[in-house]
Every structure is written in C-alpha cells, then in structure tokens.
Design a protein around this ligand. Structure first.
Ligand code: SF4
Length: 223
C-alpha cells in the first residue's frame, strides 16, 4: 500500500536525496542485468523482458544475438524463425512481430542506429516509456526513470507517490529527484526490490534506507 506522509514537496525532495544516498551505498554499481553489446541489442532484450525474468532473457539472447547480428538481420528474419527462438520468454508472437518491425523502422528511418530521443523511441513498434527509458539510461547516459513492477511497489512504500499509473509515477518521481540520478535510481530500485524490499515481505531490518522509509517500523517524520 502506498504510504502518505503529509510532507511538503521540499521535504519529500530532501528525503528522496537521503534514500538515493542510502541506496548508492548498498548498490554502487547498479545497472541493468540484461546482457547486450549494442543499443539495438538492449532494445531487443528489453522488449523480451516484458513478463519474463532477465535471467531467461539472457539465456535466449545468447543464441539470438549470435544468429541475428544487426537491425538489418532482425528486419529480414523470418517471423517463424524468430518466434521459435523467442518462445521461452512468453508472448513470443507479439514480441517477435515487434522486434522485426522495430528493427525495420530503425533501418529505414534511422539508418540502422537506435534513436536517442524518447519521443522517437516510443514511436517504435512495441516500445513504451519503460523500454525507452531503460535504453536511454543504460546506453546513452540520458536521464530516464524506469517504472517497472519494482518501481511501482517501492515508490508507494517509500511514500514518494500514491499514484498507481506508471506514467503518473514517472512524473511524480521526476518532480522530486534530480535528473542526474534518474537512471541510477531506476537500476538501484530494481536490485533493492529483488534483494530486500521484496514484494511479499520487505526485509526492513536489513534495509539501508529504513530510517527514511515511512513503511518501515522505525520511521519517524523527523528522520
Ligand atoms: S524500509 Fe522496508 S518497505 Fe521501506 S524500502 Fe526498506 S525494505 Fe522497503
């Protein structure tokens, strides 16, 4: 359940900065767990990661990226061949179609280079703000907040927003966090959600931001 704190925006910004500092101490090198060697590969891996674990995606992309080495290769691929390789990640028909189409769009509109702009990325087949922000933050070093299942849960527990809609959560977080930390914060939250602030039972007693989290038993508004 999202926690309401009754803080002003400035107080929330100050607390958010403390949370970022605490997370940085625990996860100094947070990054996406998806394996890739080019922006296009990360784009493909992120599309595959919808409703699938990063571990499974990495297993699949190991052979996928060996067979298809460029956006051109993916654009020319037979859909049935792609589907066969992508099947273990689930929703393979839609994912295969998106990957083939978006690769063709990248070849035709952008000369084979993944665009950096959010507005251009979200126009590609199967690419929403979440996928676009992963690519922007991980490979282009651009500010982007990735709102996935961990972010939705933790933004609420940390009392940063009571919103449930991913785009509203993204904008609420953009309002209280400085742009330079958006990417890092996103990757740290994924690790924190997996390792400590777990969905069923958050491990508040070993949490590095316990003092600054309104969902923790020991929180006081003056922390
Ligand atoms: S204190 Fe508990 S609820 Fe808050 S972020 Fe840490 S683990 Fe999650």
């Amino acid at each position: 359940m999202p926690r309401k704190t009754g803080e002003t925006r400035e107080q929330k910004k100050t607390r958010a900065a403390k949370v970022v500092k605490g997370l940085k101490g625990r996860y100094p090198k947070a990054a996406t767990a998806l394996e890739y060697s080019t922006p296009h590969e990360l784009l493909v891996a992120t599309v595959l990661a919808a409703q699938c674990t990063d571990k499974k995606v990495n297993e699949v992309t190991k052979s996928l990226f060996r067979k298809y080495r460029s956006p051109e290769d993916f654009a020319k691929a037979r859909l049935s061949a792609l589907e066969k390789m992508i099947k273990p990640t689930g929703f393979f028909r839609n994912k295969s179609k998106s990957i083939k189409t978006l690769s063709g769009e990248i070849v035709e509109k952008y000369g084979g280079q993944v665009p950096e702009k959010l507005e251009a990325l979200v126009q590609l087949a199967g690419v929403g703000r979440k996928t676009a922000n992963v690519v922007r933050a991980a490979v282009f070093g651009k500010p982007g907040i990735v709102v996935d299942t961990h972010m939705i849960r933790l933004a609420g527990r940390l009392g940063f927003t009571g919103e449930k809609d991913p785009v509203k959560i993204e904008f609420a977080l953009m309002d209280i966090l400085p742009r330079r930390v958006w990417g890092d914060f996103s990757f740290m939250i994924v690790l924190h959600g997996r390792e400590t602030c777990k969905a069923r039972k958050p491990l508040c007693h070993i949490c590095p931001v316990e003092k600054h989290c309104p969902s923790s038993p020991g929180y006081s508004e003056t922390s």
